[in-house]
Design a protein around this ligand. Structure first.
Ligand SMILES: Cc1cc2nc3c(=O)[nH]c(=O)nc-3n(C[C@H](O)[C@H](O)[C@H](O)COP(=O)(O)OP(=O)(O)OC[C@H]3O[C@@H](n4cnc5c(N)ncnc54)[C@H](O)[C@@H]3O)c2cc1C
Length: 399
């Protein structure tokens, strides 16, 4: 039977980073995913979302020697701008605009935005370059059997592996989580996120702009220029019914809607990619550990895409797990995994609950919350300690 130190179930961005993070400790790693990695924008199934890697994630990727592969594609985010119409009646009059400027708390930008397909391509290079990592594309984890001294993993090929630690990075419906009998609490918001990229005549100046009305925020996140034109990634959150209507519109009609919904803050928007749709839920696993098992990223927690927290939380999981494991004789011992759970769970709960609350406020279905939203933004922004505290909290930095 083949033996590896670490088995990673799932080869999304989190699984790939986890594989590299443990390989860098000199360990042998096997990572399996039932799909073929897609790392070109034209291929079917490509992930057209972008990720804003916040400061701590950038530092972690740098520590792993990965930032070198990412940095040429990364667009800095210097300012987070929140604009609110305070309305749900379709008006595009912005009533409140508040800027959160990274220079108030640090010499660095808040983060750097990179298309997911480019991050995957860079990670695939790093995986291929290592002879301690075996990446199994088109292979699923079928079952995990755990004992005190090892775990055994049955793959869809029929092969069984023996390992000291199983990292569940297999997404929101994680087989590893279900196999370990770890329950998860899920909230459905009746919303979808539509993700796509646009070009626009007004430069973004490295400012990410969130425009609030009802249904959810419309967020423009800076990207590198596309054919000499300023470009941004967009995440538009809407009720499921409205998202279904929008996705069926012709490109021209959709462009009219997005320009109007963005209140023309960057001028008329031109659609540059297809539109992808993502259901919005929040979900949290009851525990982040099981016998010989650690859950990371969406296998452990899912949040609405607000404040660029999702994958950044996943990278914080991997960093914490690696730091604890590297000091231990047995990387999969129960004390190691219990410590991992205790180290991460409070931060995970805080962010899952906090972002879910923000999402409800921005959904604007409750009239009182809708009226209070602009006031809330003004209050949070108006007090310098509160404003700076909030920015540090968003980045996951100490107070
Ligand atoms: C519109 C949108 C915008 C976002 N923007 C940001 C942002 O700016 N910043 C941020 O931090 N986060 C952001 N997020 C969140 C972020 O995209 C996710 O947190 C992240 O992609 C989750 O990565 P993952 O690797 O955990 O999950 P996934 O990408 O879902 O990967 C899980 C992998 O597991 C595999 N798998 C499934 N079953 C099995 C099995 N049985 N065996 C083996 N493998 C299996 C799947 O094939 C998949 O490849 C955004 C999310 C959305 C929807």
């Amino acid at each position: 039977m083949k033996k590896v130190d670490v088995f990673v179930s799932g080869g999304g961005i989190a699984g790939m980073v986890a594989a590299i993070a443990f390989e860098r400790l000199g360990l042998s790693v096997c990572c399996a995913d039932p799909t073929t990695p897609v790392s070109s924008p034209k291929e079917k199934g490509v992930d057209l979302r972008t990720t804003a890697f916040l400061q701590p994630s950038q530092q972690f990727l740098d520590e792993l020697g990965l930032w070198e592969l990412f940095k040429d594609h990364a667009t800095p985010l210097d300012i987070m701008r929140i604009a609110d119409t305070g309305s749900s009646d379709g008006t595009n009059q912005i009533k409140v605009v508040k800027d959160f400027n990274a220079s108030e708390i640090s010499d660095l930008p808040f983060g750097w935005n990179i298309p997911n397909w480019l991050s995957r391509r860079a990670l695939q290079h790093a995986l291929d370059a290592s002879d301690r990592i075996e990446f199994l594309a088109n292979v699923a984890t079928k079952q995990v059997f755990t004992r005190d001294t090892e775990a055994r993993v049955l793959l869809s090929t029929g092969e069984i592996l023996s390992t000291r630690l199983v990292i569940g990075a297999d997404g929101r419906n994680s087989l590893v989580r279900q196999n370990a009998g770890i329950s998860a609490r899920t909230t459905h918001f009746g919303q979808k996120a539509i993700a796509f990229a646009v070009t626009h005549p007004i430069p973004h100046n490295n400012i990410s702009t969130e425009v609030h009305r009802s249904g959810g925020p419309f967020t423009l996140v800076p990207l590198s220029d596309r054919d000499g034109q300023p470009s941004s990634a967009v995440v538009w959150m809407e009720t499921s019914a409205e998202a279904a209507r929008l996705i069926d519109l012709s490109s021209e009609a959709f462009e009219t809607e997005i320009s109007e919904r963005s209140c023309n803050v960057l001028g008329p928007l031109k659609l540059e990619t297809t539109r992808s749709v993502w259901p919005i839920i929040s979900q949290i696993a009851e525990r982040l550990n099981g016998k010989r098992i650690a859950l990371v990223a969406e296998a452990a927690h899912v949040i609405p895409p607000i404040g660029a927290q999702g994958l950044n939380m996943g990278l914080s999981d991997i960093k914490a797990l690696r730091e604890i494991a590297q000091r231990a004789d047995d990387i999969g011992a129960s004390e190691v995994l219990e410590k991992y759970h205790l180290t991460r769970i409070n931060d995970v709960r805080l962010r899952v609950n906090g972002i879910s609350m923000l999402n409800r406020a921005s959904l604007g279905t409750l009239p009182l919350l809708k009226r209070l939203r602009p006031l809330g933004i003004q209050t949070l922004h108006g007090s310098a300690p509160l404003r700076k505290g909030l920015m540090r909290l968003g980045l996951g930095l100490g107070h």
